[in-house]
Write a protein that binds this ligand. Sequence first.
Ligand code: AHR
Length: 503
Amino acid sequence: MKSRATIHRDFAIAQIDDRLYSAFIEHMGRAIYTGIYEPDHPTANADGFRQDVLELVRGLKIPAIRYPGGNFVSAYKWEDGIGPQADRPVRLDLAWRSKETNQVGINEFAKWARDAEIEMMLAVNLGTRGIEEARNFVEYCNHPSGTYWSDLRRSHGVDQPYGVNMWCLGNEMDGPWQIGHMEAKEYGRLADETSKAVKAFGKGIETVVCGSSNDQMPTYPDWERQVLEECYENVDYISLHKYFGNNSRDSLNYFAKIEETGRYIQSIGGVIDYVKAKKRAKNDIYICFDEWNVWYHNRAQDSKNWQSWDWPEAPALLEEDYNLEDAIFVGGLLNEFIRRSDRVKIACIAQLVNVIAPIRTETGGPAWATTIYYPYQFASLHGRGTALNVAVDGPRYDARVAQDVNYLDVAAVLAPDGRSITIFAINRSPDATMDLDLALHGFDGLGLIDHQVMGGNSADARIANTAAQPDRITPRKGEKLAVADGRVTGELPAFSYSVIRLS
Ligand code: AHR
């Protein structure tokens, strides 16, 4: 199978916002407790945070992290998580039928985020609570001193304000499962007023309003229209969520869900433009894709478990064993975010540790990188700069979710130095090697710096990394590409993900 592709240095899509490679972590399952925080673990520091996990997190160079939920946030009292740990209440978490000990709250999490060199992106509870609690939370976090909430923070040993600039206005408020679920207009009004209150704390604060929980919701995309009609001028981003799976064991259809996601982004872009025009608004709103990932391996069983269990503390939940196929999918989805970086400015892999995560742990035992860790890491490390258009001419296929889909899934990023370029290329074919001929125009004397490959054989599609075998699926050096006279030529193995770096 042969594919030709063309890139020109001047044909840019957009400047990529570094926050395209952000993450999300929620108080649920073993994400926080025995995920990032486990005071009895041999690697825990004085604050109780696992350093083996922190090291894996640091390797991802994550720009921002959304916290503390998720469905959890819609019944959460942030005040339960401040002050002496021994005095904190244990509460029932209604979202996941679990016990929340509140041993980690905003100040512990902020310490962890500082050590991980990640900016916090905080969500406020608009399910059981509202404007008052949101403004108190922002004041506790962001105001220097001399007021009730800021002095309370200082009395908790945090002298300097956190200066959190990104605030999410609730979570999935369109979902009937959400505690405090609302109608679009009702939520749009509340989001508008909450956003105004949050932004009153200073310039530079940005807010994210909830879009649909996914593109299959019965209220999609009218939810977005109605919500934005209430709050367009006072918010900066609208959130999109989508989770993926391959229950039908049809890899090509699975990979085509990336095209479907492109349509989702495009449709919401259209709604944004429509509301902007209707309101004669001056400001622009972008997309914050603040929950995305593969979630299907244990989904049905997990759902049965948590709906019937008896309020356990930090139970195993949504612990997916990601395989090679999932890694290729995640690489492709990140490619789509790069290709849509004119609209999508922030995206958060959901989640970070144990719960549908690139990093897994055993309680008291090891931490390891799942297969999806690697494409996420490559995109985060090398996908910063300017997204370039790639014209592709090659074989295509029809799938159930999308037609006329390229076997070659490719994205290109010009680095901030203006000279180096990274190409993320996937050969989706389960059995055919792809002869690639990629022409690069507007560059001088490019040479190959590195080529890393994952996969190469669809027989390995279901192989996962586990605690016992953490390195079954990892990247290796590619040897079948050459660069000469402004062309990358050679072979992309069947069923593979490649990162090709040129300078
Ligand atoms: O990430 C798991 C859950 O998925 C989140 O809590 C919720 O927002 C979404 O439905």
